[in-house]
Design a protein around this ligand. Structure first.
Ligand code: X2X
Length: 333
């Protein structure tokens, strides 16, 4: 009796959990995670895209940004975007290649001679192929690839001037089979670590070296724990703006159009930001105490060629993918 009475007095099921809607609260929340500090152009432009999305949807769509590995490292965020805990994630091509191997195409060692070739490939046949493979894994890749940059090699000790300098080097590389294989072929001793672990791995000397584009070395303050930078330009790396496939296709067409336009245009601006940064970042890093040197690029390429790196990876990628890359950059093997 008392029990029944109590039940009757309880609020209707559901009401217990209903949270009052805040005035102006968004109807759709898009959760976006990335691995870079807030000061990196990727986050600056992503924030602008988020503001634009809110404005153009009258506040109905909100893109929440979780920067700087707040939700975990790359491997975690990749599974979050696959599972739907994240709507968006920007993995480097190296990182998404753990799921979509073709995505590592742009990271083949010394493939691109300059940015003109990079964007010709990524806005053209290479990007098109990679995006179709990403879609095949139930993710959606927005059209515009964002820039990470040409990767350079930093060390805590001696300057690396040619391929011999790589011998035995304890170097951190991303969680990327291609990177591990390339540095092994060069004679180094690579360790895969997520970016979230890089600073402390260098600080505690778990590794002595790492490789990243200069803007990252700057915003992640890697100059505090590294001394020299060899301008090796060994890999060009970019970020795909990927979405959970289900969440993306569930968006109404008009929302999709607004979101895609805001993100793609922000990506194009981000490319220009990196280009502008590239012009001055070396001088800034020198002021922070780093030393720089050029490398004998041909010694690296020769070692990779004679070691069978290109022939191995042309088979791994297959004729279609390798052909798409070579259609822009010429013969590699
Ligand atoms: O982890 C890295 O080195 C970084 C930040 O360049 C990538 O996202 C691959």
């Amino acid at each position: 009796r008392t029990l029944l009475k109590g039940l009757a007095a309880a609020p209707a099921a559901g009401a217990v959990f209903s949270i009052p809607r805040l005035a102006g609260a968004a109807e759709i929340q898009l959760r976006y995670g990335n691995n870079l500090p807030l000061s990196h152009p990727l986050n600056i432009r992503a924030k602008e895209a988020a503001d634009r999305i809110a404005k153009e949807t009258d506040g109905k769509v909100e893109m929440l940004i979780f920067p700087a590995n707040q939700l975990g490292g790359d491997t975690d965020m990749l599974s979050q975007v696959r599972g739907g805990a994240l709507t968006f994630f920007t993995p480097s091509s190296l990182v998404i290649a753990t799921l979509v191997p073709t995505a590592a195409l742009n990271a083949v060692g010394f493939a691109f001679k300059d940015y003109a070739q990079v964007w010709k490939a990524m806005d053209g046949p290479v990007g098109k192929l990679v995006r179709s493979k990403i879609e095949g894994s139930r993710l959606y890749a927005l059209e515009t690839m964002w820039d990470n940059g040409f990767r350079q090699t930093t060390t805590s000790g001696n300057a690396i001037t040619n391929a011999d300098g790589m011998q035995g080097l304890k170097i951190r590389v991303p969680v990327s089979p291609l990177s591990v294989d390339m540095f092994s072929a060069l004679g180094a001793s690579p360790t895969s670590l997520q970016f979230s672990e890089v600073y402390s791995a260098l600080q505690t000397k778990v590794v002595d070296a790492q490789e990243n584009p200069l803007p990252i070395i700057q915003v992640a303050k890697l100059y505090e724990v590294q001394q020299n930078c060899a301008l090796s330009n060994h890999i060009w790396d970019g970020y795909w703006f990927i979405a959970n496939g289900r969440q993306w296709s569930d968006l109404k067409d008009d929302v999709k159009t607004i979101v895609a336009r805001a993100i793609n245009e922000a990506g194009l601006q981000q490319r220009q930001d990196i280009a502008a940064l590239n012009a001055g970042v070396q001088a800034d890093l020198e002021k922070a105490g780093m030393t720089f040197n050029k490398v004998e690029t041909e010694t690296f390429r020769a070692k990779l060629k004679t070691g069978g790196f290109y022939s191995k990876w042309s088979k791994e990628f297959g004729d279609e993918a390798w052909g798409a890359l070579e259609s822009v950059v010429g013969s590699l093997a």
